[in-house]
Design a protein around this ligand. Sequence first.
Ligand code: AMP
Length: 282
Amino acid sequence: MPVFYSSKEFTHFINTQKQKGQTIGFVPTMGALHEGHGSLITVSLQENDLTVVSIFVNPTQFNNASDLEKYPRPFKQDVAYLEHIDAAIVIFAPQPEDLYSGKVVSKAYKFGGLEHEMEGKHRPGHFDGVGTVLNLFFRIVKPTKAYFGQKDFQQLQIVRKLVQIEKLPVTIVGCPIHRAASGLAMSSRNKRLTPLQTQEAALLFKALRYAKEAFKTQSIAHINKEIERIFKENPHLELEYFEIAKSDTLKTAIRKRKQNSYRGFLAVFAGPVRLIDNIALN
Ligand code: AMP
């Protein structure tokens, strides 16, 4: 299967494909691939002539050095996983110095306020790193369509904004959250959980399902309090935030309005491992 480590060689390859009129589907990942990534790749394979999967642990989007250091990097396994899906998938796995042309730093972006909410508050600089690396990737890969999971819903909204800001000719496709049987959203970080933490982490989706049900009849303040209580009772998990926010602006909601669409978002620590999840409420 084609694996490119250098952006120069990859550029040469992709330009040839574009000249042939091939449509390119792009799935950016940080590796440690799982069925969540697989679900995005499957859609891309159906909708495009060629699918490119990048594997790149982006240093500029980590606000925590230990999280970056401990991020799993099972590269050989990832290649085998992709080969098993479809041997025609093209892998692009550059080194940071190469991708960033020697200067591994973020650009400062303004995403219309989206960057100040939730993950933006708790992970300073994170979305500048995400925006910077995706802008670089989009310019090299030149995809027709790019696929992102709703698992990182705030990121998905920010990527849509990035494409407007940078005037990139790509269609962004949002894909549903892929979950384990317990309801736990699949994530590369799940690999760092102990068996007990994995079991307990099913509470994230349980809490979100409760929020969705309660949203029909209860006030936002009541739901917020209940979710806090649910997590306080669990000694294995620590709630960093739960918020009900408007789906488009991601601004925290205090009162429900019929015409608006809302989602519930949470971030939870299981020991040192930080997990996020979200759900559509109406
Ligand atoms: P990551 O490798 O964690 O940066 O994720 C790469 C892409 O896969 C992002 O667009 C994520 O939102 C998406 N993704 C990760 N986990 C899931 C999941 N459980 N379901 C759907 N998409 C996911």
